[in-house]
Design a protein around this ligand. Sequence first.
Ligand code: TRP
Length: 452
Amino acid sequence: MQEMAREQWQSRLGFVLAAVGSAVGLGNVWKFPYMIGQNGGSAFVLVYLLCILLIGFPILVAEWLIGRRGQKNPVNTMTEVALKEGQSASWGVVGAMGVLAAFLILSFYSIIGGWALKYIGSTATGAFTGLDGAATGAIFDTFLADFNGLLLWHSLFMLATMAIVALGVSWGLELASKWLMPALFVILVFIVGYGAVYGDFAQAARYMFTPNWSLINADVVLAALGHAFFTLSLGMGIMLAYGSFLGREVNLLKTAGIVLGLDTFIAILAGLAIFPIVFGNQLTPSAGPGLIFISLPIAFGALPAGALIGGLFFVLLSFAALTSAISLLEPVVELLEERTRLKRIQATVIAGLVIWGVGIASILSFNHWSDIKLIKGMGVFDTLDYLTSKFMLPLTGLAIIIFTGWFMRQEAVREDLELSVSGFKLWQILARFIAPVALLIVFLHGVGLFGS
Ligand code: TRP
Protein backbone atom coordinates (compact mmCIF):
# COMPACT_ATOMS: atom_id res chain seq x y z
CA MET A 1 0.00 0.00 0.00
CA GLN A 2 2.75 2.39 1.01
CA GLU A 3 4.76 1.36 -2.04
CA MET A 4 1.84 2.25 -4.28
CA ALA A 5 1.36 5.63 -2.77
CA ARG A 6 5.00 6.50 -3.28
CA GLU A 7 4.96 5.37 -6.86
CA GLN A 8 1.94 7.46 -7.62
CA TRP A 9 3.53 10.50 -6.11
CA GLN A 10 6.65 9.95 -8.18
CA SER A 11 4.73 9.55 -11.39
CA ARG A 12 2.85 12.72 -10.71
CA LEU A 13 6.06 14.59 -9.91
CA GLY A 14 7.63 13.31 -13.11
CA PHE A 15 4.61 14.38 -15.06
CA VAL A 16 4.50 17.84 -13.53
CA LEU A 17 8.21 18.26 -14.30
CA ALA A 18 7.72 17.27 -17.92
CA ALA A 19 4.73 19.55 -18.33
CA VAL A 20 6.45 22.46 -16.59
CA GLY A 21 9.58 21.76 -18.65
CA SER A 22 7.58 22.23 -21.81
CA ALA A 23 5.63 25.22 -20.54
CA VAL A 24 8.45 27.21 -18.93
CA GLY A 25 10.78 28.37 -21.64
CA LEU A 26 11.65 31.36 -23.76
CA GLY A 27 7.96 32.22 -23.71
CA ASN A 28 8.23 33.20 -20.06
CA VAL A 29 11.59 34.92 -19.89
CA TRP A 30 12.12 36.26 -23.41
CA LYS A 31 8.68 36.69 -24.98
CA PHE A 32 6.46 37.72 -22.07
CA PRO A 33 8.49 40.85 -21.13
CA TYR A 34 8.79 42.17 -24.67
CA MET A 35 5.11 41.48 -25.33
CA ILE A 36 4.29 43.54 -22.22
CA GLY A 37 6.48 46.30 -23.62
CA GLN A 38 4.84 46.24 -27.02
CA ASN A 39 1.27 46.03 -25.74
CA GLY A 40 0.87 48.79 -23.22
CA GLY A 41 2.28 47.33 -19.98
CA SER A 42 -0.34 46.52 -17.37
CA ALA A 43 -3.10 46.34 -19.98
CA PHE A 44 -1.39 43.30 -21.44
CA VAL A 45 -0.57 41.74 -18.06
CA LEU A 46 -4.14 41.92 -16.81
CA VAL A 47 -5.73 40.57 -19.97
CA TYR A 48 -3.07 37.85 -20.07
CA LEU A 49 -3.91 36.75 -16.51
CA LEU A 50 -7.60 36.62 -17.41
CA CYS A 51 -6.87 34.59 -20.54
CA ILE A 52 -4.76 32.13 -18.54
CA LEU A 53 -7.52 31.59 -15.99
CA LEU A 54 -10.63 31.60 -18.15
CA ILE A 55 -9.29 30.07 -21.35
CA GLY A 56 -5.86 28.52 -20.74
CA PHE A 57 -6.90 26.58 -17.64
CA PRO A 58 -9.94 24.75 -19.11
CA ILE A 59 -8.07 23.99 -22.35
CA LEU A 60 -5.06 22.58 -20.48
CA VAL A 61 -7.40 20.32 -18.53
CA ALA A 62 -9.29 19.36 -21.69
CA GLU A 63 -6.09 18.40 -23.54
CA TRP A 64 -4.95 16.14 -20.69
CA LEU A 65 -8.40 14.64 -20.34
CA ILE A 66 -8.60 13.70 -24.03
CA GLY A 67 -4.95 12.59 -24.09
CA ARG A 68 -5.42 10.30 -21.09
CA ARG A 69 -8.36 8.64 -22.86
CA GLY A 70 -6.66 8.35 -26.24
CA GLN A 71 -3.19 7.09 -25.29
CA LYS A 72 -1.76 7.82 -28.77
CA ASN A 73 -0.12 10.58 -30.81
CA PRO A 74 -2.22 13.77 -31.12
CA VAL A 75 -3.77 12.92 -34.49
CA ASN A 76 -4.75 9.35 -33.60
CA THR A 77 -5.87 10.37 -30.13
CA MET A 78 -8.29 12.96 -31.47
CA THR A 79 -9.59 10.54 -34.12
CA GLU A 80 -10.07 7.64 -31.74
CA VAL A 81 -11.59 9.56 -28.87
CA ALA A 82 -13.99 11.19 -31.33
CA LEU A 83 -15.01 7.79 -32.74
CA LYS A 84 -15.51 6.38 -29.23
CA GLU A 85 -17.79 9.29 -28.44
CA GLY A 86 -19.76 8.54 -31.61
CA GLN A 87 -18.40 11.61 -33.38
CA SER A 88 -16.73 12.13 -36.73
CA ALA A 89 -13.16 10.95 -37.33
CA SER A 90 -12.41 14.33 -38.90
CA TRP A 91 -11.65 15.64 -35.40
CA GLY A 92 -8.20 14.21 -36.15
CA VAL A 93 -7.58 17.30 -38.26
CA VAL A 94 -7.31 19.23 -34.99
CA GLY A 95 -4.27 17.14 -34.03
CA ALA A 96 -2.73 17.60 -37.49
CA MET A 97 -2.96 21.37 -37.34
CA GLY A 98 -1.20 21.23 -34.00
CA VAL A 99 1.74 19.36 -35.48
CA LEU A 100 2.06 21.95 -38.26
CA ALA A 101 2.08 24.71 -35.63
CA ALA A 102 4.85 22.90 -33.72
CA PHE A 103 6.92 22.71 -36.88
CA LEU A 104 6.59 26.45 -37.57
CA ILE A 105 7.12 27.54 -33.96
CA LEU A 106 10.30 25.51 -33.57
CA SER A 107 11.76 27.12 -36.72
CA PHE A 108 11.90 30.50 -35.01
CA TYR A 109 12.14 29.29 -31.41
CA SER A 110 15.49 27.72 -32.22
CA ILE A 111 16.89 31.08 -33.32
CA ILE A 112 16.16 32.67 -29.96
CA GLY A 113 17.51 29.55 -28.27
CA GLY A 114 20.68 30.27 -30.24
CA TRP A 115 20.78 33.83 -28.92
CA ALA A 116 20.65 32.46 -25.37
CA LEU A 117 23.54 30.09 -26.15
CA LYS A 118 25.61 32.88 -27.67
CA TYR A 119 25.02 35.11 -24.64
CA ILE A 120 26.43 32.47 -22.26
CA GLY A 121 29.90 33.10 -23.62
CA SER A 122 29.56 36.86 -24.09
CA THR A 123 28.40 37.34 -20.51
CA ALA A 124 30.79 34.89 -18.89
CA THR A 125 33.84 36.44 -20.57
CA GLY A 126 32.88 39.86 -19.26
CA ALA A 127 32.03 41.40 -22.63
CA PHE A 128 29.42 43.61 -20.94
CA THR A 129 31.50 44.83 -18.01
CA GLY A 130 30.67 48.44 -17.22
CA LEU A 131 28.49 48.96 -20.30
CA ASP A 132 25.34 51.11 -20.42
CA GLY A 133 22.14 50.44 -22.35
CA ALA A 134 23.34 52.16 -25.52
CA ALA A 135 26.41 49.94 -25.63
CA THR A 136 24.59 46.66 -24.90
CA GLY A 137 22.03 47.67 -27.53
CA ALA A 138 24.79 48.27 -30.08
CA ILE A 139 26.30 44.85 -29.33
CA PHE A 140 22.94 43.20 -29.86
CA ASP A 141 22.36 45.07 -33.14
CA THR A 142 25.76 44.00 -34.44
CA PHE A 143 24.90 40.41 -33.54
CA LEU A 144 21.57 40.62 -35.41
CA ALA A 145 23.27 41.98 -38.51
CA ASP A 146 25.71 39.07 -38.58
CA PHE A 147 23.98 36.40 -40.65
CA ASN A 148 26.73 33.81 -40.21
CA GLY A 149 26.79 34.22 -36.45
CA LEU A 150 23.03 33.82 -36.13
CA LEU A 151 23.16 30.78 -38.40
CA LEU A 152 25.89 29.17 -36.31
CA TRP A 153 23.99 29.53 -33.02
CA HIS A 154 20.66 28.50 -34.57
CA SER A 155 22.39 25.40 -35.94
CA LEU A 156 23.94 24.53 -32.59
CA PHE A 157 20.65 24.89 -30.75
CA MET A 158 18.80 22.80 -33.34
CA LEU A 159 21.52 20.18 -33.23
CA ALA A 160 21.23 19.86 -29.46
CA THR A 161 17.44 19.55 -29.73
CA MET A 162 17.74 16.90 -32.45
CA ALA A 163 20.35 14.91 -30.54
CA ILE A 164 18.17 14.67 -27.47
CA VAL A 165 15.03 13.76 -29.41
CA ALA A 166 16.89 11.21 -31.56
CA LEU A 167 18.40 9.48 -28.55
CA GLY A 168 15.10 9.59 -26.71
CA VAL A 169 16.80 10.81 -23.54
CA SER A 170 14.28 13.46 -22.65
CA TRP A 171 13.82 11.74 -19.29
CA GLY A 172 17.32 12.90 -18.42
CA LEU A 173 16.26 16.45 -19.03
CA GLU A 174 13.20 16.00 -16.87
CA LEU A 175 15.54 14.99 -14.13
CA ALA A 176 17.69 18.00 -14.90
CA SER A 177 14.70 20.33 -14.80
CA LYS A 178 14.16 19.26 -11.24
CA TRP A 179 17.37 21.13 -10.40
CA LEU A 180 17.68 23.66 -13.19
CA MET A 181 14.20 25.13 -12.94
CA PRO A 182 14.59 26.05 -9.27
CA ALA A 183 18.05 27.43 -10.09
CA LEU A 184 16.58 29.65 -12.81
CA PHE A 185 14.04 30.81 -10.27
CA VAL A 186 16.77 31.71 -7.76
CA ILE A 187 18.74 33.72 -10.32
CA LEU A 188 15.59 35.55 -11.40
CA VAL A 189 14.90 36.48 -7.79
CA PHE A 190 18.48 37.69 -7.54
CA ILE A 191 18.04 39.93 -10.60
CA VAL A 192 14.78 41.26 -9.19
CA GLY A 193 16.82 42.17 -6.10
CA TYR A 194 19.42 43.92 -8.25
CA GLY A 195 16.64 45.87 -10.01
CA ALA A 196 15.12 46.85 -6.67
CA VAL A 197 18.43 48.36 -5.54
CA TYR A 198 19.94 49.79 -8.72
CA GLY A 199 16.99 50.03 -11.12
CA ASP A 200 13.64 51.75 -11.03
CA PHE A 201 11.55 49.09 -9.34
CA ALA A 202 8.66 51.40 -8.45
CA GLN A 203 8.12 52.48 -12.01
CA ALA A 204 8.39 48.88 -13.21
CA ALA A 205 5.73 47.73 -10.75
CA ARG A 206 3.49 50.62 -11.76
CA TYR A 207 4.04 49.84 -15.41
CA MET A 208 3.17 46.17 -14.99
CA PHE A 209 0.30 46.33 -12.52
CA THR A 210 -1.51 49.69 -12.39
CA PRO A 211 -4.68 49.04 -14.37
CA ASN A 212 -4.96 51.30 -17.37
CA TRP A 213 -8.10 50.20 -19.13
CA SER A 214 -7.80 52.82 -21.84
CA LEU A 215 -4.82 51.00 -23.29
CA ILE A 216 -6.75 47.78 -23.86
CA ASN A 217 -7.73 47.25 -27.48
CA ALA A 218 -8.33 44.32 -29.84
CA ASP A 219 -4.65 43.95 -30.66
CA VAL A 220 -3.64 43.79 -27.00
CA VAL A 221 -6.33 41.22 -26.26
CA LEU A 222 -5.36 39.03 -29.19
CA ALA A 223 -1.69 39.27 -28.24
CA ALA A 224 -2.48 38.26 -24.65
CA LEU A 225 -4.64 35.37 -25.78
CA GLY A 226 -2.01 34.13 -28.20
CA HIS A 227 0.62 34.34 -25.53
CA ALA A 228 -1.49 32.42 -23.03
CA PHE A 229 -1.49 29.53 -25.52
CA PHE A 230 2.18 29.89 -26.31
CA THR A 231 3.40 29.96 -22.75
CA LEU A 232 1.28 26.99 -21.62
CA SER A 233 2.25 24.95 -24.71
CA LEU A 234 -1.42 24.70 -25.64
CA GLY A 235 -3.18 24.28 -28.94
CA MET A 236 -0.84 21.94 -30.72
CA GLY A 237 -1.30 18.62 -29.07
CA ILE A 238 1.72 18.71 -26.76
CA MET A 239 -0.35 18.50 -23.63
CA LEU A 240 -2.63 16.06 -25.43
CA ALA A 241 0.37 13.80 -25.97
CA TYR A 242 1.55 14.28 -22.37
CA GLY A 243 -1.91 13.36 -21.13
CA SER A 244 -1.35 9.84 -22.41
CA PHE A 245 1.26 9.35 -19.66
CA LEU A 246 -1.13 10.38 -16.94
CA GLY A 247 -2.42 7.77 -14.55
CA ARG A 248 -6.01 7.62 -13.42
CA GLU A 249 -4.98 8.64 -9.92
CA VAL A 250 -3.80 12.08 -10.97
CA ASN A 251 -6.25 14.87 -10.36
CA LEU A 252 -6.36 16.91 -13.56
CA LEU A 253 -7.70 20.14 -12.11
CA LYS A 254 -5.17 20.30 -9.29
CA THR A 255 -2.25 19.39 -11.53
CA ALA A 256 -3.31 22.00 -14.08
CA GLY A 257 -3.42 24.53 -11.28
CA ILE A 258 0.17 23.70 -10.30
CA VAL A 259 1.56 23.90 -13.85
CA LEU A 260 -0.33 27.09 -14.60
CA GLY A 261 0.71 28.66 -11.32
CA LEU A 262 4.42 27.89 -11.79
CA ASP A 263 4.42 29.07 -15.38
CA THR A 264 2.71 32.35 -14.58
CA PHE A 265 4.89 32.90 -11.55
CA ILE A 266 8.14 32.56 -13.55
CA ALA A 267 6.78 34.90 -16.23
CA ILE A 268 5.82 37.63 -13.75
CA LEU A 269 9.17 37.23 -12.04
CA ALA A 270 10.93 37.69 -15.38
CA GLY A 271 8.95 40.89 -15.92
CA LEU A 272 9.94 42.15 -12.47
CA ALA A 273 13.56 41.31 -13.21
CA ILE A 274 13.70 43.12 -16.53
CA PHE A 275 11.60 46.28 -16.26
CA PRO A 276 13.40 47.90 -13.30
CA ILE A 277 16.59 47.68 -15.40
CA VAL A 278 14.75 48.95 -18.48
CA PHE A 279 13.40 52.02 -16.67
CA GLY A 280 16.53 52.57 -14.60
CA ASN A 281 18.59 52.82 -17.79
CA GLN A 282 16.20 54.78 -19.99
CA LEU A 283 15.66 51.87 -22.36
CA THR A 284 12.43 51.61 -24.35
CA PRO A 285 10.10 48.86 -23.12
CA SER A 286 8.81 48.39 -26.67
CA ALA A 287 12.25 47.48 -28.04
CA GLY A 288 10.90 44.12 -29.23
CA PRO A 289 12.48 40.65 -29.27
CA GLY A 290 15.89 41.98 -28.18
CA LEU A 291 14.60 43.40 -24.90
CA ILE A 292 16.13 40.91 -22.46
CA PHE A 293 19.37 40.69 -24.45
CA ILE A 294 19.80 44.45 -24.14
CA SER A 295 18.58 45.03 -20.58
CA LEU A 296 19.93 42.09 -18.56
CA PRO A 297 23.58 42.43 -19.69
CA ILE A 298 23.64 45.89 -18.07
CA ALA A 299 23.03 44.25 -14.71
CA PHE A 300 25.53 41.47 -15.37
CA GLY A 301 28.12 44.04 -16.46
CA ALA A 302 27.67 46.14 -13.35
CA LEU A 303 27.94 43.54 -10.60
CA PRO A 304 31.18 42.17 -9.15
CA ALA A 305 30.29 38.53 -9.84
CA GLY A 306 28.13 39.56 -12.81
CA ALA A 307 30.02 37.57 -15.41
CA LEU A 308 29.55 34.38 -13.42
CA ILE A 309 25.92 35.01 -12.50
CA GLY A 310 25.06 36.20 -15.99
CA GLY A 311 26.76 33.26 -17.62
CA LEU A 312 24.85 30.92 -15.35
CA PHE A 313 21.60 32.74 -16.12
CA PHE A 314 22.00 32.16 -19.86
CA VAL A 315 22.98 28.53 -19.28
CA LEU A 316 19.74 28.01 -17.37
CA LEU A 317 17.72 29.93 -19.96
CA SER A 318 19.23 27.75 -22.68
CA PHE A 319 18.18 24.63 -20.77
CA ALA A 320 14.66 25.95 -20.28
CA ALA A 321 14.54 26.67 -24.01
CA LEU A 322 15.86 23.20 -24.80
CA THR A 323 13.23 21.35 -22.75
CA SER A 324 10.55 23.35 -24.56
CA ALA A 325 12.14 22.82 -27.98
CA ILE A 326 12.20 19.08 -27.39
CA SER A 327 8.48 19.16 -26.73
CA LEU A 328 8.04 20.98 -30.03
CA LEU A 329 10.11 18.54 -32.11
CA GLU A 330 8.78 15.37 -30.48
CA PRO A 331 5.26 15.41 -32.05
CA VAL A 332 6.63 16.09 -35.53
CA VAL A 333 9.05 13.19 -35.23
CA GLU A 334 6.41 10.88 -33.75
CA LEU A 335 4.04 11.56 -36.60
CA LEU A 336 6.76 10.90 -39.20
CA GLU A 337 7.75 7.69 -37.45
CA GLU A 338 4.22 6.39 -37.33
CA ARG A 339 3.16 7.41 -40.82
CA THR A 340 6.30 6.45 -42.74
CA ARG A 341 8.88 3.68 -42.62
CA LEU A 342 11.49 5.99 -41.13
CA LYS A 343 13.30 5.03 -37.94
CA ARG A 344 13.39 7.44 -35.04
CA ILE A 345 16.86 8.76 -35.83
CA GLN A 346 16.08 9.21 -39.51
CA ALA A 347 12.78 10.91 -38.74
CA THR A 348 14.52 13.27 -36.32
CA VAL A 349 17.25 14.17 -38.79
CA ILE A 350 14.79 14.84 -41.60
CA ALA A 351 12.30 16.82 -39.49
CA GLY A 352 15.12 18.70 -37.77
CA LEU A 353 16.85 19.63 -41.03
CA VAL A 354 13.65 20.90 -42.63
CA ILE A 355 12.77 22.97 -39.56
CA TRP A 356 16.35 24.27 -39.43
CA GLY A 357 16.09 25.27 -43.09
CA VAL A 358 12.80 27.11 -42.58
CA GLY A 359 14.43 28.88 -39.65
CA ILE A 360 17.00 30.43 -41.98
CA ALA A 361 14.26 32.57 -43.52
CA SER A 362 13.59 34.04 -40.06
CA ILE A 363 17.29 34.74 -39.55
CA LEU A 364 17.43 36.56 -42.87
CA SER A 365 14.51 38.74 -41.80
CA PHE A 366 16.81 40.24 -39.13
CA ASN A 367 19.44 41.31 -41.65
CA HIS A 368 19.56 40.75 -45.43
CA TRP A 369 15.78 40.48 -45.79
CA SER A 370 14.86 43.18 -43.31
CA ASP A 371 12.95 45.05 -46.04
CA ILE A 372 10.80 42.10 -47.03
CA LYS A 373 7.36 42.36 -45.44
CA LEU A 374 4.78 39.58 -45.61
CA ILE A 375 1.49 40.28 -43.80
CA LYS A 376 0.57 43.47 -41.94
CA GLY A 377 4.00 44.92 -42.65
CA MET A 378 5.78 42.14 -40.72
CA GLY A 379 8.91 40.26 -41.76
CA VAL A 380 9.28 36.47 -41.82
CA PHE A 381 10.06 36.06 -38.11
CA ASP A 382 7.12 38.16 -36.89
CA THR A 383 4.78 36.65 -39.47
CA LEU A 384 5.51 33.10 -38.31
CA ASP A 385 4.99 34.14 -34.70
CA TYR A 386 1.73 35.88 -35.66
CA LEU A 387 0.33 32.98 -37.67
CA THR A 388 1.08 30.39 -35.02
CA SER A 389 0.34 32.21 -31.75
CA LYS A 390 -2.61 34.25 -32.89
CA PHE A 391 -4.22 31.90 -35.40
CA MET A 392 -3.30 28.28 -35.25
CA LEU A 393 -2.95 27.74 -31.49
CA PRO A 394 -6.23 29.50 -30.55
CA LEU A 395 -8.14 27.73 -33.34
CA THR A 396 -6.94 24.30 -32.24
CA GLY A 397 -7.70 25.25 -28.65
CA LEU A 398 -11.21 26.32 -29.62
CA ALA A 399 -11.84 22.99 -31.33
CA ILE A 400 -10.56 21.09 -28.30
CA ILE A 401 -12.68 22.93 -25.76
CA ILE A 402 -15.81 22.71 -27.94
CA PHE A 403 -15.21 19.00 -28.37
CA THR A 404 -14.85 18.50 -24.63
CA GLY A 405 -17.75 20.73 -23.67
CA TRP A 406 -20.27 19.78 -26.31
CA PHE A 407 -19.32 16.54 -28.01
CA MET A 408 -18.16 14.26 -25.19
CA ARG A 409 -20.50 12.41 -22.87
CA GLN A 410 -20.66 14.81 -19.97
CA GLU A 411 -21.20 12.31 -17.18
CA ALA A 412 -17.94 10.58 -18.06
CA VAL A 413 -16.14 13.93 -18.23
CA ARG A 414 -17.44 14.67 -14.75
CA GLU A 415 -16.01 11.40 -13.47
CA ASP A 416 -12.67 12.10 -15.15
CA LEU A 417 -12.51 15.46 -13.42
CA GLU A 418 -13.53 13.98 -10.06
CA LEU A 419 -16.04 16.76 -9.55
CA SER A 420 -19.26 16.90 -7.57
CA VAL A 421 -22.43 17.74 -9.45
CA SER A 422 -22.28 21.38 -8.45
CA GLY A 423 -18.55 21.65 -9.08
CA PHE A 424 -19.13 20.21 -12.50
CA LYS A 425 -21.76 22.88 -13.21
CA LEU A 426 -19.02 25.46 -12.77
CA TRP A 427 -16.70 23.55 -15.05
CA GLN A 428 -19.42 23.35 -17.69
CA ILE A 429 -20.07 27.07 -17.56
CA LEU A 430 -16.36 27.60 -18.16
CA ALA A 431 -15.87 24.91 -20.81
CA ARG A 432 -19.12 25.28 -22.70
CA PHE A 433 -19.65 29.02 -22.60
CA ILE A 434 -17.02 31.31 -21.16
CA ALA A 435 -13.91 29.81 -22.78
CA PRO A 436 -15.29 29.16 -26.28
CA VAL A 437 -17.27 32.40 -26.49
CA ALA A 438 -14.38 34.51 -25.21
CA LEU A 439 -12.02 32.71 -27.55
CA LEU A 440 -14.29 33.27 -30.52
CA ILE A 441 -14.90 36.95 -29.81
CA VAL A 442 -11.23 37.71 -29.23
CA PHE A 443 -10.25 35.76 -32.27
CA LEU A 444 -12.76 37.31 -34.69
CA HIS A 445 -11.97 40.76 -33.35
CA GLY A 446 -8.27 40.22 -33.72
CA VAL A 447 -8.39 39.05 -37.30
CA GLY A 448 -10.70 41.96 -38.06
CA LEU A 449 -13.72 39.93 -39.14
CA PHE A 450 -15.98 41.25 -36.48
CA GLY A 451 -16.32 44.86 -35.44
CA SER A 452 -13.14 46.75 -34.77
N1 TRP B 1 5.66 26.99 -23.82
C1 TRP B 1 6.99 27.14 -24.31
C2 TRP B 1 7.54 28.49 -23.83
O1 TRP B 1 6.87 29.19 -23.13
C3 TRP B 1 7.08 27.03 -25.82
C4 TRP B 1 6.42 25.83 -26.31
C5 TRP B 1 6.83 24.55 -26.09
C6 TRP B 1 5.20 25.77 -26.98
N2 TRP B 1 5.91 23.69 -26.63
C7 TRP B 1 4.91 24.42 -27.17
C8 TRP B 1 4.32 26.72 -27.44
C9 TRP B 1 3.72 24.02 -27.78
C10 TRP B 1 3.15 26.34 -28.07
C11 TRP B 1 2.86 25.03 -28.23
O2 TRP B 1 8.64 28.86 -24.14
